[in-house]
Design a protein around this ligand. Structure first.
Ligand SMILES: *[C@@H]1O[C@H](CO)[C@@H](O)[C@H](O)[C@H]1NC(C)=O
Ligand SMILES: *[C@@H]1O[C@H](CO)[C@@H](O)[C@H](O)[C@H]1NC(C)=O
Ligand SMILES: *[C@@H]1O[C@H](CO)[C@@H](O)[C@H](O)[C@H]1NC(C)=O
Length: 387
């Protein structure tokens, strides 16, 4: 059911004379006229295209937000938080780039800075991110509770706040650690709802579980303060399906099975609220996107969520040499008409985390209001509408 749209798109593009082969070394630069404002229908000979990846370096957990004529991107560097600024969603090479947060050594957030996200909330800029004190090196008393060294046991969520209105000129400083009850927490994001602000993140059941990683939700009183206590914390999703487990379908030892990288996605036509998350394991070819939909009124009530147990909604495309696609964020075309997914994927499925690069593609919506993601690939694809 995910194939229809992309066949139409590729069919239209097949009349192009340039860049038809899929090639991982695509530069991410648009071919044709990137500044063209004329109609860019698939059949127009002048339509500009781009190829994936959109940044020529290893990169994971991309997050993009559009604000006043620019796209801003941040992604995992592990050592700091960087912000990139581009006029074009489809090209992040040689664009403005700065380090907006460099942690001091010796703090609980000095290493393994992962999955930063830049949010504009209540008129201020916040970056929510994961970090740990000592690069995943638990002391012996922690090992004791694990069959083997618990990876990431000290990972927690943090928030930095920017000064001023503009994310580029803002200076960011540490605001707070988010309360996750002194337990493993990664990939946290904000979920905005009529009933308030929520923190959705990847969590363990207990402090020293060492997996599986689930999705948890807590209520917030502001972008840096969790108001739920531990007994109010709700587990929204666990990696219960074969496609959420690592290795695929594993029945015993559920370690490394993950639900992580949650992202709020709103259907602009119907207002339906989704959380698109990553399932399986991030260094694995089976890493993919799963879907939760808020079908009731209360995000803190697990019964108000419906999980799509049918399978991944966005997943590897071996025929197109695209594996391990996940950890997505969502944005719009410059004219606001199209929805775009920004994600990471691997061409070489055997090289794990070091093989991930950042890609983007357009997506549409199914009749039931759920997102209709394309098959992942390298393009060339038409540039976003209005680019
Ligand atoms: C991809 O493109 C690069 C640069 O044009 C070229 O050197 C390389 O051979 C191509 N690889 C494939 C698999 O086509
Ligand atoms: C650092 O983390 C440890 C373990 O979670 C905690 O006990 C300690 O209070 C933290 N330090 C600071 C300054 O927050
Ligand atoms: C958590 O909060 C709820 C609601 O305010 C309260 O009823 C409960 O006693 C609290 N639990 C703990 C352990 O503080």
């Amino acid at each position: 059911m995910l194939f229809g749209g992309i066949f139409v798109l590729l069919g239209g593009l097949s009349s192009f004379v340039y860049g038809q082969s899929t090639n991982q070394t695509g530069t991410g630069t648009a071919t044709g006229t990137s500044t063209s404002t004329s109609t860019t229908s698939a059949t127009a000979a002048t339509a500009a295209t781009f190829t994936n990846p959109v940044l020529n370096q290893v990169g994971a957990d991309p997050w993009v937000i559009r604000y006043e004529g620019y796209y801003y991107m941040t992604f995992t560097t592990s050592s700091n938080i960087q912000l990139l600024r581009s006029k074009f969603l489809t090209n992040w090479n040689n664009v403005d780039r700065k380090t907006i947060f460099q942690p001091s050594p010796g703090m609980n957030y000095s290493t393994d800075l992962w999955a930063p996200e830049l949010h504009h909330l209540n008129g201020k800029w916040y970056v929510i991110f994961t970090a740990d004190p000592n690069s995943d090196s638990p002391p012996p008393e922690v090992d004791m509770y694990c069959d083997y060294t618990c990876p990431a046991v000290h990972h927690r969520m943090y928030v930095i706040e920017g000064s001023g209105d503009d994310p580029w000129s803002a200076s960011f400083s540490m605001k707070a650690q988010l309360n996750t009850y002194d337990q493993f927490a990664i990939d946290g994001t904000y979920f905005q709802h009529d009933t308030g602000l929520y923190h959705i993140y990847s969590c363990w059941y207990r402090q020293y579980d060492g997996w599986p990683a689930n999705l948890c939700i807590t209520k917030m009183s502001n972008p840096w303060t969790v108001s739920s206590n531990f007994s109010e914390r709700v587990i929204l999703s666990v990696p219960s399906n074969p496609w959420e487990k690592t290795p695929y379908g594993r029945a015993v030892n559920i370690r490394l099975s993950s639900n992580e990288g949650p992202q709020q996605l709103t259907n602009p036509h119907t207002g339906q609220q989704f959380v698109i998350y990553s399932a399986a394991r991030s260094d694995n070819r089976n890493y993919c996107l799963g879907q939760l939909e808020l079908v009731g009124e209360d995000p803190m009530n697990v019964q108000d969520w419906r999980k799509n147990n049918e399978g991944c909604v966005f997943y590897q495309n071996p025929m197109g040499e695209t594996y391990g696609v996940g950890h997505a964020s969502f944005t719009k075309s410059p004219d606001g008409k199209e929805d775009w997914i920004v994600y990471h994927g691997m061409q070489d499925p055997t090289n794990g985390w070091g093989a991930r690069t950042i890609r983007t593609q357009r997506f549409t919506w199914n009749k039931d209001g759920a997102p209709k993601f394309p098959r992942p690939g390298y393009g060339p694809y038409e540039v976003p509408s209005g680019q």
